[in-house]
Design a protein around this ligand. Structure first.
Ligand SMILES: [Ca+2]
Length: 551
């Protein structure tokens, strides 16, 4: 974890500090400003700033926060954590505050009475604020600026300053690392001189109920990864095996090597998950572009993938590596217009991941996802060339993830070990249909697939590389859709659970069906209630019961 220490002290009424290189980054302290700090955005230049060595550290007491309030909450259906202003004050890196997607969002902590504060620690989620200010107030109305910081890099900020006696402290985001996001914080800790804060408990005792390590933390300690070593596979995926999978999705560089991700993978292994699909996402500007590229802010790094694969293998689970191409303009990847140049670049992209799969003992490689416009007969020779090259560097089985409306035009199924489908087939045209109707719908769909296997002559097992339903009423009607907004949706854990149960009930009886990968699970445990994830929901019990029963 990145730790940035900022020491600050007040000399002759003026801020002085180290580790902050330019004068523009800090303003004068103690200046009363507007009650709505978001309105004051200008970064002030102090008259004079003198760098000094940090003062010797006093013994500090942890200052317990009694209450908190925030300017707003993230309302994204798939991503948003529970809207709890106290989430950054619970000593848990599994809970966080995520703001509305605006500038100037703030979180305010209330100590319940005046306390003397000299240090704030902020543990940012990946949506950090490069510039932010810390304000103090005695009445939650009139605010004074304690410090303003710019050019920060997220991770953990440890901010020390001359003690201020205050009941309220507010942290105001002044910029966002990604303008498409809000700002988000796992934990905030406040400290002050021990002699000025009598009666405060040490941090550990303030959260004595949390002192006990969680089962996930204990299990993580048992996993001993040695740097540079690659964990062997627990065994190949064989043809007779029912793949009990989930898609484990991250759209950021380092998330898959975080402790949080390790805990989530342990959690998944305890549910009975047998296979974890990991994405590697490259970006292409639009459907007509010939080139897909690694995005340094969003593509999961090879190091993070390697770490996650090692953890998954340590837990006895297997891996499907599933590279994706996402379009920057958010058009569907199924509309990509291929060319020989596109295939040349695609081959390079997929060979990179074939090599990574070989290196880390990955059990199944998906050579493409929902590239409908590239997989029909017209481009068969190009795909055969890609597949031949992949087989030279990777010995394990291959699968292609066809979109639900694409599978019958893919020209290279004969070269695959499995027929993969992202199986977002519409089931009924009703909200919350009775389970019997969902079972009937799945039987009808299974018959269609069975007939297609017979008539096409493809003697291969089918695996659903993706299948999933939002946790909302009507999710079975168009399971592929992306929810527009939270506000217009009605939660339905029942419909999601019934869709999953009927899938199990029907397809486990079809001998050609060899499993599925639920879309989706996140490394974060605190994902919003309406999305595809099953974490903590009714459907998860069904998933776990069936997974533990199968094989
Ligand atoms: Ca927390």
């Amino acid at each position: 974890m990145k730790i940035k220490k900022i020491f600050l002290c007040l000399t002759l009424g003026m801020l002085v500090f180290t580790n902050v290189s330019c004068a523009e980054k800090v303003s004068e302290a103690g200046k009363a400003i507007a009650a709505n700090p978001a309105e004051e955005k200008a970064i002030e230049t102090p008259a004079a700033v003198k760098e000094v060595q940090p003062q010797p550290q006093e013994e500090l007491a942890y200052l317990k926060v009694e209450a908190a309030s925030v300017s707003g909450f993230d309302e994204t259906p798939d991503w948003a954590p529970r809207p709890d202003p106290m989430a950054p004050f619970d000593a848990s890196l599994e809970t966080r505050w995520s703001s509305a997607y605006k500038e100037g969002e703030w979180i305010c902590m209330d100590f319940g009475k005046p306390k003397t504060v000299s240090k704030i620690v902020i543990k940012w989620e990946q949506a950090y604020a490069p510039s932010f200010e810390i304000l103090s107030s005695d009445d939650n109305t009139t605010w004074s600026r304690v410090i303003l910081l710019a050019d920060q890099n997220g991770g953990t900020n440890e901010i020390s300053f001359q003690p201020v006696t205050t009941r309220y402290i507010k942290i105001v985001g002044l910029s966002r690392v990604n303008a498409e996001w809000g700002i988000s914080i796992w934990e905030i800790e406040a400290y002050g001189p021990k002699d000025k804060n009598p009666g405060e408990l040490p941090y550990d005792q303030a959260f004595s109920g949390k002192k006990e390590k969680s089962a996930l933390e204990k299990k993580r300690e048992e996993i001993n990864l040695i740097e540079g070593q690659i964990v062997p596979s627990p065994g190949p995926i064989v043809n007779t095996e029912f793949q009990k999978g989930i898609n484990y999705t991250s759209w950021s560089t380092n998330e898959l090597k975080s402790d949080m991700s390790d805990y989530s993978l342990i959690y998944l292994s305890q549910l009975g998950v047998g296979e974890v699909a990991l994405m590697a996402v490259y970006y292409q500007d639009d459907v007509g572009s010939n080139k897909m590229y690694y995005d340094e802010k969003k593509t999961t790094s090879d190091e993070s993938l390697g770490h996650a694969i090692n953890i998954i293998h340590s837990l006895g689970m297997k891996v499907m590596l599933k590279p994706h191409v996402d379009l920057v303009d958010e058009e569907a990847r199924s509309n990509i217009i291929p060319s020989d140049e596109w295939f040349k670049n695609y081959k390079e992209f997929i060979l990179h991941y074939a090599s990574l799969a070989a290196k880390y003992n990955v059990e199944l490689l998906c050579i493409g996802t929902e590239l409908s416009n590239t997989t029909h007969e017209r481009w068969k020779a190009q795909w055969l060339d890609v597949i031949k090259a992949v087989r030279k560097v990777y010995n394990g089985p291959l699968i292609y993830a066809a979109n639900w409306d694409e599978y019958d035009t893919v020209s290279f199924w004969n070269e695959m070990d499995y027929i993969g489908m992202d199986a977002y087939f519409p089931l009924t045209n009703k909200n919350n249909p009775p389970k019997e109707e969902l079972i009937a719908a799945w039987n009808k769909q299974a018959d269609i697939l069975e007939k297609w296997l017979e008539t096409s002559g493809h003697n291969k097992p089918i695996v659903f590389t993706e299948i999933g339903y939002d946790t909302v009423a009507g999710s079975n009607k168009q399971p592929w859709r992306i929810l527009p907004t939270l506000a217009s949706q009605v939660e339905s854990q029942d419909e999601q659970a019934n869709c999953l149960e009927s899938l199990f009930m029907v397809l486990t009886n079809r001998p050609w069906f060899k499993g599925f990968y639920w879309w989706n699970y996140f490394p974060r445990p605190d994902i919003g209630p309406l999305g595809y994830t099953l974490r903590g929901k009714k459907g998860e019990k069904i998933l776990s019961e069936w997974f533990k029963r199968l094989n």
